[in-house]
Design a protein around this ligand. Structure first.
Ligand SMILES: [Zn+2]
Length: 339
């Protein structure tokens, strides 16, 4: 019995047609048999991997840049796995002031070296973990037999706050074709199998879309942007950091309803909160935790203390009520909104 390399289901079944392969009934992943580490194709002697008519290439690059451009920040360290001749990297470099490294194990590495800042001519497992801000891998993963091990290596190379953009053919790469006879393609992904594989590698999927253009033969690709997943304690620390950056000292929480319970109550013990305040008379005295109950706002007692408004919906109304108090107001949206 073979476990699915993406979702680890042990219900995978073997098929002889159209070529020997395994299929996972849970995530829909299919992969060729035998699983051939020894029979892998020798890419070292290949070249001209990206030689297609220019208009196909430009269409592919336009599609890719639409996702990559918003992820770029000046000074970013970028690594493209399978950079071929470095043509896409050159377009990214023309767009933003970034350090662009490529990894290419075919002979195309020589051409890429003239276009990119650095080119590694070795497998990802041999690279030092330099903390790349963005790792790109377009149509690479489906060529690799041990996708779990490879993705683990890619994850190792990315900075804790970095991102990976991974693109593979969607199943056979064309909506009207069920099987892909391309001998280099060892894995046929689905949206579910790619997501499961990313999750297994400790990555959290930020976006996942299909229909991306690779070529007329492979016009349907899956593209995922993922980041190293945060553990529960790491999420709490990030949240506390955000609150502390906006409210460095003691403060009051005003608005003790559903948003407060969802967003602030789980971390209340770690916040320098002086009082929990609400304007609803029916809520006054309500016990929020062992040590705390809801109070009324007392301008004299709370003079000068900043206020975190604990309700998204009533933020404007609460701010209006506190206008005369002339204190610093921070909303949950200021804290929770991601850049
Ligand atoms: Zn599966």
């Amino acid at each position: 019995m073979t476990a699915c390399p993406c979702c680890a289901s042990r219900a995978a079944t073997q098929h002889k047609s159209p070529e020997p392969h395994c299929g996972c009934p849970h995530c829909g992943h299919r992969w060729r048999l035998p699983p051939l580490p020894g029979a892998a194709l020798d890419y070292a002697w290949m070249s001209g991997r990206n030689r297609v008519p220019a208009h196909h290439l430009q269409r592919k690059f336009r599609d890719r840049l639409a996702t990559v451009a918003p992820l770029l920040r000046a000074g970013n360290l970028i690594l493209e796995i399978g950079c071929a001749e470095g043509a896409f990297g050159a377009q990214v470099k023309a767009l933003a002031d970034v350090d662009y490294a490529g990894l290419e194990i075919s002979r195309d590495a020589e051409l890429a070296a003239a276009r990119l800042d650095r080119v590694f001519h070795q497998p990802a497992a041999r690279l030092a973990a330099d903390g790349f801000d963005l790792l790109l891998a377009f149509h690479v993963l489906e060529h690799i037999a041990d996708i779990r091990a490879e993705l683990g290596q890619w994850r190792r190379l990315v900075a804790p706050a970095g991102a990976l953009l991974i693109e593979v053919p969607n199943a056979a790469g064309h909506p009207l074709r069920d099987w892909d006879t391309h001998p280099e393609h060892l894995h046929f992904f689905t949206a579910a199998s790619l997501s499961a594989l990313l999750a297994h590698a400790g990555l959290s999927v930020e976006s996942l879309s299909s229909g991306h253009y690779e070529s007329p033969v492979y016009p349907d690709s899956l593209r995922a942007v993922a980041r190293p997943a945060l553990t529960a304690p790491e999420k709490t620390e990030r949240l506390l950091d955000r609150i502390q950056s906006l409210l460095p000292g003691p403060f009051i929480v005003y608005g003790i309803g559903g948003d407060f319970r969802n967003c602030l109550l789980p971390i209340l013990d770690r916040l320098p909160v002086v009082a929990l305040v609400d304007s609803d008379p029916g809520r006054l005295g309500e016990k929020v935790s062992e040590a705390r109950a809801v109070e009324a706002y007392d301008p004299a007692r709370f003079a000068g203390l900043p206020i975190l408004i604990g309700s998204m919906r009533h933020k404007e109304a609460i701010a209006e009520r506190l206008r005369a108090a002339a204190v610093k107001l921070v909303g949950l949206d200021d804290i929770y909104q991601l850049d």
